[in-house]
Design a protein around this ligand. Sequence first.
Ligand code: GTP
Ligand code: MG
Length: 498
Amino acid sequence: MAASMRVVGLSLSRSSNSFKTVYVSQRCYLSAEAATKVPHENTARQMQTFASLQTERQEEASRTVLINCPKGVNEKKFIKYLSRYGTVKKYFFYETYIDQQLNTLTEEYQLTEENIRLRFLVCSLVKDITSAYFPECSVKPFGSSVNSFGKLGCDLDMFLDLDGISGKNTGKASSPFAIEFQMKRVPSQRIATQNILSVIGECIEQFGPGCVGVQKILNARCPLVRFSHQPSGFQCDLTANNRIAIKTSELLYIYGNLDPRVRPLVFSIRCWAHIHGITSRIPGAWITNFSLTMMVLFFLQKRNPPIIPTLDQMKNIAGAEDKCTIEGHDCTFSSDLSKMKLAQNTEMLDNLLLEFFTFYGNFAFSKASINIRKGKEQNKPESSPLHIQNPFEQELNISKNVNQSQLERFVNLARDSAWMLQQDTVCSPSRSESHPWGLAALLLSSALQSGSKGKRRKQREPASERIKFLLESLKTKQTNKSDLNLSHSNGKNSATES
Ligand code: GTP
Ligand code: MG
């Protein structure tokens, strides 16, 4: 894959002619990232006359070479190695374009600060209603609203926490005057949860300001009340007795912040899956965003060296304050990111994207289970087509709903996407506006179809308005980045023309 090349630009001292013999990459991928590494120099240059600036740049270029830095090679060691042939005065590593696309997509579609605040506000409004019955309850957001993988427009998952009432699980003693919450005798915890949600659902329907379309989905594995909060535009799912989901959100949040590559990769793969109908908001035999996220995390644990630790490794470094057991399930892991030390993995995002598709295009789904606790495939304990072990309730399969045909669609699309990313026409920038490339090509379903010429053709939906909008946004952002590069004079454009 050409775009997986990392390119280093080296400015050499005049005497080091031997450098000219070093392999000069045919492809150069230059980015704003590199430009930002020499900011003061650029400021000074702005004062120069046009002519002197051009002359200086030409002169600098004559002493600079572009070298392909093979993937997996440590940047510092690479420079040290090259220094044996002459003094390296300046160097910069460039991001590839596909990396930029993944980051751009994430920046464009992630939840904004205001959107997150609005989500907490809606929880607070729902709490005002529920506290009529349970004065010391709390309503907390979980899922993609808080786990750092949320996309604008995602639902608002809320958890009605009643444990604070009796002081259990909070670590705080309850006030002697607090009203003790006691459920009338019911046969099971599940029935208690159903009863509570039924009453709260009724209240939200009757009295919840701006709450419309209330549905009580009490027979689901996790009973919930679903409604739309019109003023914010959020689709809300209110659950109770769901503390493990909060812990899961915390775990995903930690993973999302452990390494800067995790969020763009998860985000882009979630977009890819959504656009191609691999995931859907409608409940059914589809892979859910939650399962897909687990698949990406597992893949990152399997890289060599791993990019993120396993859940067991995070548990092993946990302190006494991290100890947590919920309903008999051990949910202990360290939340101190600084304690996690992993060998350096320098893979670029575009390579990880390709490798993700290759990995799951060839995964032994028929016998292996995906397990982020161990970071290794386990034998499947049951015959569901897709088995992803729940990280905390380890006896559960979070993708039990997925049927064989949905899994096959995912595998075929992953193979097509891997194949496509290896094509020169796709992995490098296109000069034609109408020809999407890189991530944009993957997101445009019709391009994926024509890209797999010679391979089995499948019936896919035409590109929707939504995709067009997405691509336009990518293009615009790309143009802005190009402008930025030009203003910082890192020569990206001239390099890509060659
Ligand atoms: P979106 O599709 O953006 O809403 O992603 P999400 O992560 O919020 O997923 P979803 O709304 O479907 O679920 C919310 C949270 O519930 C997830 O983040 C998980 O913590 C939890 N969850 C979802 N599905 C399962 C499941 O099958 N098993 C378990 N144990 N937890 C689940
Ligand atoms: Mg959600």
